[in-house]
Design a protein around this ligand. Structure first.
Ligand code: NAD
Length: 407
């Protein structure tokens, strides 16, 4: 009995000893696992990609979180830069169909601190994805820039324009309604006025758009206005005139895809001609009923335009709708523009005058007095040649847009 009891008791004593060591070992493992779990949760919580728990998913007192759609594009990137400079929290959503990841990278380099800027690659035409983005992020306001935005292209591909501009704005509004985001700053356009008989254009000028681009934007405006009536919304609709220029500090510029050149805007065409990418400028229409026969437009510098957005956001109030023209109030002919471009670039650009382009209108310039009176905004960068010089400097040092930068 003894040996067996000894043999039973000895191993038992040994087991007791082992148990204590295992218990300690086990407790240590649990402690390490718990510690690692806490560390992981902390890291994940502070990583922008973590759904539902990132800094971007919580409202923070004193911080205004703005969703910038189309923030990889020309105007959206400049607006994001200004918002970030002014300490807003920014989420950019863009499908990069027309924008540049290079612009996003520059913004990320300028504002690397956590909780300042996040980029979400997504298509606003996908209602489920848009809903998810709103569910996972606590937006205080939306600046809706994303759009296809070429008058000529809209006459060739009207359905694309109604889909991208009108239908996608509806998706944004539905997400805003569901997730109770109450402030919207909407990028509209003077193209919603069409070709009014009387100049300058005031906000009371009747809207009779004459191309699918202007019509799609007008429909989007109408939806926003109808929705805002019973939704306690703060809405600002900004109708821009023709946007030119770029960041005076040379960090961002305008870099549309090469394939869009044929639909492109006049400043891009001037610069392409000055760089020899195209043989010269083709001005469409020299028989308009204007002073020199070419179209007259109101050119607004992008720096002034984004300033108007910040003022609009600051002044947006619930149950209030503000509709504003954003222009200089001065019309300049295409001929004048070309002369300014020749001076800004120092190149004697060759100009050919062709037939009119379908969907174009003769003369458009704004009366910007309402935005001055109500938001204390006025255009400051009104020297065409100076604005073009700033833009040309960026163009010259970015021969392939955001692809490469070379001096
Ligand atoms: N540039 C002008 O002169 C001018 C004048 C009046 C109004 N606007 C308006 O200003 C806004 C911005 O214009 P811009 O000149 O910067 O154009 P842009 O083409 O440079 O930028 C538009 C951005 O929207 C993105 N986008 C387009 N469709 C999208 C989608 N379905 N989902 C996600 N992202 C999408 C593009 O990738 C691009 O980055 C547009 O709404 C345009 O109608 C521009």
């Amino acid at each position: 009995m003894l040996p067996s009891s000894r043999s039973r008791s000895q191993p038992r004593a040994g087991m007791d000893y082992l148990d204590t060591r295992r218990k300690r070992h086990f407790a240590g493992k649990i402690f390490t696992a718990a510690f690692l779990t806490v560390v992981c949760i902390f890291i994940l919580k502070h990583s922008p990609g973590f759904s539902g728990t990132s800094v971007f998913s919580h409202h923070e007192q004193g911080v205004t979180h703005v969703l910038v759609t189309g923030g990889a594009g020309y105007i959206g990137s400049h607006a994001s830069l200004r918002l970030l400079k002014d300490s807003y929290r920014v989420t950019i959503v863009d499908n990069l169909s027309r924008g540049n990841i290079g612009a996003i990278k520059i913004l990320q380099e300028l504002f690397p601190e956590p909780g300042r800027l996040q980029f979400i690659f997504a298509d606003l035409g996908d209602a489920k994805v848009v809903d998810q983005i709103f569910a996972q992020n606590a937006f205080d306001a939306v600046m809706h820039f994303a759009a296809v935005a070429y008058v000529g292209e809209s006459t060739l591909e009207p359905l694309r324009y109604y889909h991208n501009i009108t239908a996608n704005t509806l998706i944004i509004l539905e997400a805003m309604a569901k997730h109770r985001v109450k402030t919207l700053i909407y990028s509209s356009t003077c193209a919603t006025y069409g070709e009014p008989e009387k100049m300058p254009i005031t906000e009371k000028t009747p809207q009779n758009p004459i191309n699918p681009y202007g019509k799609a934007k007008k429909m989007a405006e109408d939806m926003i206005l109808d929705f805002s009536k019973n939704a306690n919304m703060a809405v600002m609709i900004l109708r821009y005139f023709n946007v030119i220029g770029s960041d005076p500090e040379g960090r961002l510029g305008e870099a549309p895809r090469p394939e869009l050149r044929e639909h492109g805007r006049i400043s891009g065409a001037c610069f392409d001609a000055a760089r020899g990418i195209i043989s010269g400028l083709k001005v469409k229409g020299a028989d308009y009923p204007t002073q020199d026969g070419t179209c007259v437009r109101d050119y607004i510098d992008v720096t002034d335009l984004v300033d108007a957005h910040v003022k609009a956001l600051d002044n947006a109030r619930p149950e209030n709708v503000g509709i504003y023209n954003v222009g200089t109030g001065k019309g300049r002919s295409v001929k004048e523009f070309v002369e300014a471009c020749k001076k800004a670039t120092g190149v004697d650009i060759k100009v050919d005058y062709l037939e009119r382009r379908p969907g174009d209108y003769a003369e458009v310039y704004s009366d910007p007095s309402k935005i001055y009176q109500e938001l204390n905004w006025t255009a400051k960068y009104t020297n065409l040649e100076e604005s073009l010089k700033v833009a040309w400097k960026w163009q010259k040092s970015h021969r392939n847009g955001y692809g490469t930068s070379s001096s």
